[in-house]
Design a protein around this ligand. Structure first.
Ligand code: GGG
Length: 364
């Protein structure tokens, strides 16, 4: 079998397929590398389906094994129900919190198309704050005294601490992207961070996010070479559709980051090709941006590319840059060739066929 890694040390990677197509896209790649001399994969439980079987969505054993045995992990997708289920809480939100994976980075990149070579390339890195905002899930319901009708409430938390470390990650990544572009002579524009907020309406919460991220640059001369701009979230959506090529690094509170990255995925073909990595100071979990897609689950037609690119992000974060690039290039080769595409990209190939095609492009 092909060797993913040249590192002498064998790395243990936790695989958490979770629900729906997560169970197809995560094993697709790892099974092809089951004999790798450089990797151990251990499969771990989590998800709504696991909750239905056992009453637990994120078992303590999964957390313990991640912390004690793994260098990193890959998470598939989760199907939390849209209504409240007693005792259930989203395992991915809990995992991010438990391992303090405080940002979710989502690269949205177009692959040069043979059909339209004049299209301006899109290369955006969305940095989503991953621990707070409305996702603290402090919701409650009351009854309005006058009308007797229900009222639902949700608290939203934005802290200086979380906004600052998220902002710092954005500026650091803008610098390192610039370094790579300069070394490859790819780009002639300055690196830029766009801060997304709605502080014209939510001046206390979004105002704090905006001010804190601005402060990261204003208080550190290391970031003098990085431009900074701001965008209200509604006009950010408009600009993303009109001129996506002008964005470099985009940083946003949790909910806005979640929404704009799904939207941005439409600009590069499909949600099925956009990866992410949940990053903390001590751990990283790769995770495709797409959800569990119950409508196509079990049919071998899910696009494995987002999961495979997420494995690339995981390797990149573990400093295995050559191996990460090999994955990105193999995926790009398959997309450019256009022979093996899943239905979301207009083809009729299966999950396994696309995976096999990508593996063929990886160096031996
Ligand atoms: N891989 C991303 C994913 O699973 N997205 C769906 C999601 O985040 N759902 C939240 C949940 O089901 O708890």
């Amino acid at each position: 079998s092909k060797r993913f890694y040249s590192s002498a040390k064998k790395l243990t990677i936790g695989l958490i397929p979770a629900d729906g197509i997560g169970k197809e896209v995560i094993p697709a790649l790892s099974s092809s590398y089951s004999n790798s001399p450089n990797f151990n994969f251990i499969e771990l439980n989590a998800g709504f389906e696991h909750f239905q079987k056992t009453g637990t969505a994120l078992p303590q054993e999964t957390l313990d094994r991640l912390k004690n045995e793994c260098s990193g992990a890959l998470f598939g997708a989760v199907s939390s129900p849209s209504h409240k289920v007693a005792g259930y809480s989203s395992p991915i939100v809990a995992l991010r919190k438990n391992l303090d994976l405080y940002v979710n980075v989502r690269p949205v990149v177009s692959v040069a198309s043979n059909k339209d070579p004049n299209q301006k390339p899109i290369d955006i890195l969305i940095i989503r704050e991953n621990t707070e905002c409305l996702y603290i899930k402090q919701e409650r319901q009351t009854v309005d005294e006058k009308t007797g009708l229900k009222v639902a409430w949700a608290d939203r938390k934005i802290s200086e601490y979380a906004s600052r470390r998220c902002g710092k990650m954005a500026f650091e990544m803008a610098l390192s992207r610039d370094k790579i572009r300069q070394s490859l002579r790819l780009w002639d524009t300055r690196p830029k961070v766009t801060i997304v907020h709605k502080s014209n309406v939510l001046s206390i919460t979004d105002g704090l996010f905006r001010e804190t991220v601005r402060g990261v640059k204003e208080n550190d001369s290391m970031y003098d070479g990085v431009d900074m701009e701001e965008q209200l979230v509604d006009s950010m959506v408009y600009r993303l559709f009109r001129e996506p090529h002008v964005f470099d690094v985009v940083v946003a509170p949790n909910l806005y980051g979640d929404i704009i990255s799904d939207g941005a995925a439409a600009l590069v073909g499909s949600l099925g090709v956009v990866p992410s990595a949940n990053i903390g100071d001590n751990f990283v979990v790769g995770e495709p941006v797409h959800g569990s897609a119950p409508d196509i689950a079990g049919q071998n037609k899910a696009n494995p590319i987002a999961a495979i690119r997420s494995a690339g992000l995981l390797l990149e974060h573990l400093q295995l840059h050559t191996q990460a690039s090999a994955i990105y290039n193999a995926v790009d080769d398959v997309l450019k060739t256009g022979t093996f595409l899943t239905p979301d990209l207009g083809g009729n190939s299966t999950t396994q066929q696309v995976t096999d095609a990508i593996i063929k492009y990886l160096p031996d």
